[in-house]
Design a protein around this ligand. Structure first.
Ligand SMILES: C[S@@+](CC[C@H](N)C(=O)[O-])C[C@H]1O[C@@H](n2cnc3c(N)ncnc32)[C@H](O)[C@@H]1O
Length: 190
């Protein structure tokens, strides 16, 4: 479905392991993970966030799904231990993601890379993969020219009626403007 170039992988790795580490750590801290939770990292990319999540889940499990074979290869080389698995998605039209249902799902810097129709499919798929009452955490860039406008995301959430949500906009050094949404998944189906 999508594959990154070699230079994208190298640059992501270089920045992710150095300058962006404080940002990634604070993002994962903000997930308030409990040790026993079952978590989905949707489009986990290089796995820099997945690795930090996994370190907080000694009694839980992590599933990393991606639409890219190359990114999954990078992730598989990065993550250690046995309480995680990676899943290749060749389509967004599947009923749910392998290993569902999850307590929490993370979508970090992903939706803006998909077109509108795909974004809806992603959110419906992740919603179906979460437990009723589960938490969906979305963080996206929101700079003009690279990212999503707040109203676009809110419109999507309202249209899909995923559940009650809170949001905040924040600017981070190096990362830029972001939107952070936390959605408590409704008890009934979509
Ligand atoms: C910017 S990376 C984010 C990875 C990870 N969530 C993180 O924040 O480190 C984007 C992710 O979306 C997926 N993706 C899907 N369609 C894409 C597209 N058209 N362009 C870039 N990435 C795309 C990639 O496979 C990758 O996992």
């Amino acid at each position: 479905m999508y594959e990154p170039s070699k230079s994208e992988i190298i640059l992501t790795e270089l920045i992710g392991r150095s300058l962006a580490q404080p940002y990634y750590r604070s993002f994962v801290d903000s997930l308030a993970l409990s040790n026993h939770e079952h978590v989905l990292d949707f489009c986990s990319g290089s796995g820099i966030i997945s690795d930090l999540i996994l370190k907080k889940l000694s009694g839980g499990r992590l599933t990393c799904a991606d639409v890219s074979h190359k990114w999954l290869k990078v992730l598989n080389q990065r993550l250690k231990g046995s309480n995680w698995r990676s899943v290749y998605l060749d389509s967004l039209d599947v009923e749910s993601i392998q290993d569902a249902p999850f307590d929490k799902a993370v979508i970090h810097f992903v939706l803006h890379d998909f077109n509108r129709a795909q974004r809806e499919k992603v959110l419906k798929l992740v919603k179906r993969s979460l437990k009723p009452g589960g938490l969906l955490i979305i963080r996206e860039p929101s700079a003009e020219g690279h990212g999503l406008a707040l109203f676009e995301l809110i419109n999507l959430l309202e249209k899909l009626k995923l559940g009650a949500y809170t949001y905040k906009q924040q600017r981070y050094p190096l990362i830029g403007e972001t939107i952070d949404l936390r959605i408590r998944i409704k008890e009934d189906g979509l």
